[in-house]
Design a protein around this ligand. Sequence first.
Ligand code: HEC
Ligand code: HEC
Length: 210
Amino acid sequence: MISGRIARPLGAWRASKVAAVKAAAAFVFLALTSACHAGLEEGRVKSQVCAACHGADGNSVLPEIPSLAGQPRQFLVTALYMFREGRRQNPMMAPFAAKLSNADLNDLAQYFSSQKLTVPTPKLDAELVIKARAVTEKNNCVACHTATLVGQQHIPRLAGQHKAYLLEQLKGFKAGTRGDFDGTMTSAAQGLAADELEMVAEYLATLVVP
Ligand code: HEC
Ligand code: HEC
């Protein structure tokens, strides 16, 4: 009985939080995309300037720089919009985002979202997997980022991303220094201790999704 009473409000929290976040993000996404058609070939051409850091097909080989391949299209549009408007800051990335038009955002997002993320065969530590998975379930990571952690709509894919990058972002959300579209990720990071951030980043980086 007690667990039933706890489960209902938690389920309601998830549904309402996720719905509110999706509605706000969908609004911005529609505003940015409605006037343009997204072009895969245009995106490929425009992506050449990004390759030095993010890899030719969006598979980054630099641990501090995120891979873009296989990210949800809406997330990529939102992230580029955040950089362009100065709501997310990074000295390396900012000058490249500053010059992008709404059509560029769409074309680039179309291109990178359609590339395949290549994750090296991971070495999984069974104990770490069990502990880290429990943390992602307890803290609702899976409710937003999906059960397989591949992301959806404006919510990024975490599975197979570089560990060093993920850890930096999680620390940034916890400290309130990483720009956040609507603040939901900043609040999600507050419940995690330093060793949990480390463990989760390691786990996420090794997740291979077929
Ligand atoms: C000089 C290196 C550099 C270049 C060139 C560059 N980026 Fe980035 N980009 C970065 C870094 C570093 C980050 C991570 C920033 C942070 O830590 O918040 C980033 C982050 C991003 C993100 C956010 C990804 C995520 O998972 O949150 C997107 C999207 C992105 N870049 C797209 C692009 C596109 C599109 C281009 C080309 C128009 C480009 N970048 C060019 C360095 C670069
Ligand atoms: C209420 C929904 C929600 C929950 C719960 C949530 N996230 Fe997020 N997360 C987001 C959104 C939205 C973003 C994109 C934020 C932005 O860039 O504006 C994000 C971004 C991230 C990023 C940055 C990835 C990148 O490519 O830049 C990481 C890492 C992350 N989340 C990990 C987690 C972990 C670990 C948990 C559980 C402890 C979690 N998230 C829980 C919605 C959520």
